[in-house]
Design a protein around this ligand. Structure first.
Ligand code: EPU
Length: 328
């Protein structure tokens, strides 16, 4: 059996024993059941834009590519849609902009697929996708059965959900509901300043221009976006840290004070540093870019160096954001 290469936005090398492209729910169930018969469990990939692939994956990787955007109901204020997991997230955002469906415009230009959106609860510029999700349809990897999870079942929080912890589901579709009476979200620093008009298209344009100025386009420069989550610390720890970083950025959350990992990495002098073929992106030091790396291990090594330094200097632990898949 010839191993198959898996493309990914980091641009690193990864071979899987088997790759199964999923184009329908029936495909998904077949692949899951076939793997179960061999005593295996499939591993899952959407757009491969938020994953660090290591050189080798044993067993089958299911690449989800089913398509379809369906308007389930549209009654004045509320619009409900069902979107196949394999749709490209940005295609869906554009569909919303062209079909008078407001809400996801702040999430424009996020790479990846619709099915991956609930996994890390994608969020940017003041909006998280969990605000819209009603249910998630998935194939249970233990049984091959099609099930539906409610938003509560998904346990969404900042950059997190149940799907990140128990990899038990192959997501096949996401049902979302949008409110036409909801005011556009323009509170994130920079969005209002860039706003030409208060329409979803105006917000999308503002977000696109901010993203383009800060973030490398994964089509041209290998990256998975933020490599770390913004850390949440106690108010006392944040106050202590403000002693050494006077303009410390903090956001109050129910769990404590959220800090800007980018600022800590920046202040520690990592901006633009290159090691192991990996560079810290100049305009947003939360992003690590491929600068000659061949293996996901090189990214993990760089991330470990940064993590250790930030811990040593500031006593703050940075948690990795993308998922790691495979082995060396
Ligand atoms: N900052 C610095 N130095 C820098 C860059 C930023 O000090 O070189 C400080 C700035 O002062 C700024 C703060 O860091 O106030 C936060 O920066 P930014 O507004 O760019 O947002 P972020 O918290 O770093 C998060 C998401 C991004 C998302 C933006 C906008 C995480 C881990 N990342 O970044 O997500 O686009 O907010 O909402 O929460 C991604 O996941 O790939 C991603 C880019």
């Amino acid at each position: 059996m010839m191993p198959e290469l898996l493309s990914n936005t980091l641009g690193v090398r990864c071979e899987a024993d088997r790759v199964a492209v999923i184009r329908s729910v029936a495909d998904a169930q077949d692949v899951v059941r076939n793997a179960l018969e061999r005593g295996q469990r499939v591993q899952l990939l959407g757009g491969a834009s938020n994953v660090v692939l290591l050189p080798r994956i044993r067993g089958t990787v299911a690449v989800v590519r089913n398509r379809g955007i369906e308007r389930l109901s549209d009654e004045g204020r509320w619009v409900a849609v069902r979107v196949a997991a394999g749709e490209v997230w940005e295609t869906f955002v554009q569909w919303c902009l062209h079909n008078d469906v407001p809400g996801p415009e702040n999430l424009t230009l996020i790479p990846g697929s619709v099915g991956a959106a609930p996994i890390q609860n994608i969020g940017a510029y003041g909006v998280e996708v969990s605000a819209f999700i009603e249910t998630v349809e998935a194939v249970d990897l233990d049984s091959g059965e099609l099930i539906e999870l409610s938003a509560a079942d998904c346990a969404f929080s900042y950059r997190h959900s149940r799907f990140k912890e128990d990899a038990n589901f192959l997501i096949t579709a996401v049902r979302m509901r949008f409110d036409r009476e909801r005011a556009p979200s323009t509170s994130y620093p920079g969005v209002a300043a860039d706003l030409a008009d208060h329409t979803p298209q105006g917000v999308a344009d503002a977000v696109r221009s901010i993203r383009r100025s800060k973030l490398p386009d994964p089509q041209f420069i290998g990256n998975v976006g933020s490599f770390f989550k913004n850390p949440v610390v106690s108010r006392e720890d944040a106050a202590k840290l403000a002693g050494s970083i006077p303009d410390l950025v903090t956001y109050d959350t129910a769990q404590g004070c959220k800090l800007a990992a980018a600022q800590l990495i920046d202040r520690a002098g990592w901006r633009g540093v290159r090691r192991y073929g990996v560079s810290v992106w100049d305009n947003q030091p939360l992003v690590l870019v491929n600068d000659g790396a061949d293996s996901g291990e090189q990214f993990l090594r760089m991330a470990q160096d940064i993590r250790a330094d930030i811990h040593h200097r500031f006593g703050v632990v940075l948690e990795r954001e993308p998922v790691v898949m495979g082995e060396t």
